[in-house]
Ligand binder design. Structure first.
Ligand code: NIG
Length: 422
């Protein structure tokens, strides 16, 4: 197995549970894994050596919320919004029409272009959702195409009720034939619980059916106004509730309580499997594991929503993730660095808190922050011996430059599973 020593790393942000930041550090990659981390002066020999020349290193970004399987363009809607129009869930229908009209080859080509763009910006682990098919045939096609390209696929048949269909009849389709058709390709299910999308009762039906089908759960909640999305996510033991712009004190308390018995060092997905836990649903149900609050700052800027109360959530003990929410309607960017910058400049997070949320936090929300599974996909989002060798070097001496030099593409070199991507 080939080994690579990356040495002279000026500052190494590990995003490990102790949030260690090492100076003058080195990392050894052996095959797909990290085999050594420590002071550069004590590093073992390796087959090849990469001199980081004092640059900063950190884990590859884990982007835990994207909608990348789509065709078409919504520039006109964006322009209208910038001129004062409100974001409405109904815009999803425009993308659905374009996505249904695109062939498999075209959809795959578009998806590959977006994942390549994400990787060049330092993203090494990606979730994406269906949700622009909205009938059995096209949801299953989106799931199949996504499963061939990204790390984790989420079923979002419950994104919008298509025009001309009764909402309860559509919900029944999402919970029945559509779920059966996507099931072979997806690990997760999500529901857009919001005014103009799915009511709490419809959301509850979707979450129940998808949980019973063995899927891990996620919820789009409290994006456009106060509502029951977050409470439902906690009630169902969802791995993540995403957006969280309009939270009540009770929502924050519920999220914090969901983490009250959690010990980050005391649990390993391999044990969940031994105990009969199945896939992600087993992981999400691990003792003490709560619901991650996933913030999507690029979306908040593009929709002019208030930022989520990230500082309050962290201070209350809630685990936080940052994700791009790349989609054509509300957040057409794959840049996790932009999300980190915004979280620091606008949401009151420190650089290390934002980096942790964009790496470890995303992994935690996808149940892949610790341990290994048979296919070796586990343990991303932090730098530790045995973890997948996903890391990036910045063209800067410290992670602080991500916020200090906003808008500058700082990602210099990226390794994914030990392979140098750029
Ligand atoms: O996460 N909120 C729902 N879904 C997307 C928007 C999708 C769209 O408008 O196309 C989001 O912001």
């Amino acid at each position: 197995m080939t080994s690579t020593l990356i040495t002279n790393i000026g500052e190494l942000s590990t995003s490990d549970p102790d949030q260690r930041v090492l100076t003058n550090a080195a990392v050894v990659l052996e095959g797909e894994r990290i085999s050594w981390i420590g002071p550069a002066a004590g590093a073992p020999a390796a087959d090849t050596v990469h001199d980081a020349e004092g640059r900063a290193g950190l884990p590859g970004w884990v982007d835990s919320h994207t909608h990348l399987v789509f065709a078409g363009d919504r520039t006109a809607e964006f322009e209208a919004r910038m001129a004062g129009a409100e974001y409405r869930a109904g815009g999803i229908a425009v993308t659905t029409e374009a996505t249904r009209a695109a062939g498999d080859y075209e959809l795959t080509r578009l998806l590959l272009g977006r994942t390549a763009e994400a990787a060049s910006g330092g993203t090494t682990y990606l979730e994406t959702k269906t949700g622009y098919g909205l009938d059995v045939e096209h949801e299953a096609r989106s799931a199949r195409i996504a499963a061939g390209v990204v790390d984790e696929v989420t079923y979002l048949g419950a994104h919008l009720v298509p025009a001309g269909i009764d909402a309860d009849a559509y919900t029944a389709l999402v919970c029945g034939p559509m779920l059966d058709a996507v099931r072979p390709y997806v690990q997760w299910a999500d529901v857009f619980c919001e005014r103009g999308a799915f009511t709490p009762d419809q959301s509850r039906a979707v979450l129940t059916a998808c949980r019973d089908a063995g899927l891990g759960l996620r919820v789009h909640g409290n994006q456009l106004g106060p509502g029951e999305g977050t409470a439902l996510a906690v009630e169902f033991g969802a791995a993540s509730v995403d957006h969280v712009n309009h939270l009540s004190d009770a929502d924050i308390d519920a999220l914090a309580s969901s983490w009250s018995g959690w010990d980050p060092s005391g649990w390993d997905p391999a044990h969940a499997a031994e105990a009969g836990g199945e896939g992600h649903a087993g992981q999400a149900a691990a003792p003490g594991r709560g619901t991650v609050a996933t913030c999507l700052p690029a979306c908040d800027l593009s929709t002019r929503q208030p930022f989520p109360p990230a500082r309050r959530l962290l201070d209350a003990g809630v685990q936080l993730a940052l994700a791009s929410n790349c989609n054509p309607g509300t957040s057409y960017t794959t840049s996790m660095a932009f999300c980190v910058t915004t979280a620091v400049l606008q949401m009151g997070l420190s650089v290390q808190e934002a980096v942790r949320a964009a790496t470890y936090g995303g992994a935690l929300s996808l149940g892949c922050e610790a341990g290994t599974d048979a296919d070796g996909r586990r343990a991303v989002g932090s730098l530790a011996v045995g973890h997948r060798a996903d890391l990036q070097l910045l063209n800067a001496p410290s992670a602080t430059h991500l916020a200090y030099r906003p808008g500058i593409p700082l990602t210099g070199a990226v390794w994914r599973a030990g392979v140098r991507l750029s």
